[in-house]
Design a protein around this ligand. Structure first.
Ligand SMILES: *Cc1c(COP(=O)(O)O)cnc(C)c1O
Length: 470
């Protein structure tokens, strides 16, 4: 090995080579950056030579080409976007792993404009003085939900934390045992309550909670009755929960208790009128007389990640003034995206149906079928290594919303001549853009509910590229 080690070119020699200049130019790297890549490569190569794990070396092996070849690959890998576009072929509309809601075109355009320029985020343009970011879209939130007041924080988990910290620290919060949920493994109502300094008072049992359970738990120290929308699971069978109306009545007998519901998803579009789930729209919940409601911006609402709090004005004012409101505040890009998303709901049914999330949840079976057929025909005519079939299936809404709701769909199921379903799915994930699929019964399946017409070509190309390089 010694003779090979001696042949390893020193870094300063490599820096003088033409390849160095070429790579530097093609990836627009500084001299220092590229030198670091080369140093690392040379030292790895040295390690390998010493440990003897490099075989097949020629007696007159030149290392320069090998080093530049590897460095080129590594730089190209490093240059790739970390956060990258994905085509969601799973049919799950609110896929938390895939970033939940896609934004509407109007929202994206507005985000770009606000991002590229100065804005009136905290400025009252007419008066020419300092303003508050809380005021920017409050009117739209009030109009969309019918609430007296509204504010926006980082996400719904932050909303829950702010509400509990600001209103119930060192006091008691009554929650039904059936609603002590965990969402996505990292958000537990009981833990967040502990963090906030509130004392949890559990009432009822896992499957049944009665009004008298709440009544009996109310005492001097009670600051809040909290309802948690059990949005990511469904209890079926011998169950009972207390309706919001009944709790509103109970609360009215105890004026200083706040009645708050963590709605989870918070729909502004009435999906249930199309027979999809039984999620109440936020307005209905507010109309029931509840004090405070919070929900996510990027679940069924179809906007950016955000936690939206709506309800009674005096309570919201208190929240806005709390130190945590500053800690949990959102930036201008979130406001920009949320503004346009809300406007879609306020401009009527058709505009809201164009929001990608609402559109995909309500996508017609006919449209999905047509896309599935188009895909199938394209693959069949261009590749004979695949067996493609069309099948009826169901898609989920996801994001922990509307559990148990199965949307009717069609999927294309694809079997490759020689690749296993796992291998095929993995190669699709290596495509640019990344294509994520489902595996069912040992077959890859693509559900076009969450694939737009504009994405069709990329999906087809992904399959064809794999076909070519088996
Ligand atoms: C999703 C969800 C949350 C968390 O919302 P994020 O916006 O993801 O922080 C909290 N509570 C309920 C009931 C939820 O469904």
């Amino acid at each position: 090995m010694k003779e090979y080690l001696r042949k390893l070119p020193p870094v300063h020699e490599l820096q003088k080579e033409k390849r160095f200049e070429e790579i530097q130019a093609s990836f627009t790297l500084t001299n220092d950056q590229l030198t670091k890549f080369i140093q690392k490569e040379v030292s790895e190569l040295r390690e390998k030579l010493i440990s003897g794990c490099l075989t097949n070396l020629h007696p007159d092996q030149g290392f320069s080409e090998m080093i530049f070849g590897n460095v080129n690959k590594k730089v190209s890998e490093w240059k790739k976007d970390r956060l990258t576009r994905v085509i969601n072929g799973t049919g799950t509309v609110l896929h938390t792993n895939l970033g939940r809601s896609r934004l509407s075109e109007e929202a994206v355009t507005h985000v770009i404009s606000v991002a590229q320029n100065y804005s009136n985020l905290e400025y009252q343009v007419q008066a020419g003085k300092r303003g508050s970011r809380h005021d920017i879209i409050e009117d739209l939130l009030k109009e969309a939900t019918g609430a007296e007041a509204a504010m926006v924080v980082n996400n719904n988990a932050a909303a829950v934390f702010l509400i509990l910290s600001a209103l119930t620290k060192d006091k008691e919060v009554i929650v039904s045992r059936g609603q002590l949920v965990e969402i996505g493994g990292s958000f537990r109502v009981s833990s967040i309550m502990e963090e906030s300094g509130a004392h949890l008072v559990e009432v009822g049992t896992t499957n049944k909670t009665h009004l008298y359970d709440y009544e009996n738990a109310i005492r001097e120290e009670t600051a809040m009755i909290m309802k948690v929308h059990t949005s990511n699971f469904k209890t079926i069978g011998f169950t009972e929960t207390v309706e919001t109306d009944a709790l509103v009545k109970l609360k009215q007998e105890h004026q200083d208790i706040v009645f708050y519901e963590d709605l989870g998803s918070g729909a502004l579009y009435d999906f249930k009128k199309l027979g999809i789930g039984d999620e109440p729209v936020v307005k209905e919940v507010i109309d029931s007389g509840i004090d405070l409601v919070s929900f996510s911006g990027d679940k069924l609402l179809g906007g950016p990640q955000a936690g939206i709090i709506v309800g009674k004005k005096d309570i919201i004012n208190k929240l806005k003034k709390h130190q945590l409101a500053r800690v949990l505040r959102v930036d201008k890009l979130t406001f920009a995206a949320l503004e346009q998303t809300l406007k879609a709901y306020l401009t009527g049914e058709n505009a809201s149906l164009k929001l990608p999330t609402v559109r995909d949840v309500t996508k017609s079976l006919e449209d999905i079928k047509q896309q599935t057929e188009e895909f199938t025909a394209k693959i069949k005519s261009q590749a004979d290594t695949y067996q493609v079939e069309i099948e009826r299936s169901t898609s989920q809404i996801g994001g922990g919303t509307m559990p148990g709701v199965e949307l009717q769909t069609y999927v294309a199921t694809i079997v490759h001549d020689s690749l296993s379903a796992q291998e095929l799915a993995s190669r699709l994930r290596a495509c640019t853009p990344v294509i994520v699929t489902r595996i069912q019964n040992n077959r890859v399946s693509v559900d076009f509910r969450t694939v737009t017409n504009g994405e069709m070509e990329a999906v087809v190309n992904g399959f064809l590229e794999i076909e070519g390089c088996k």
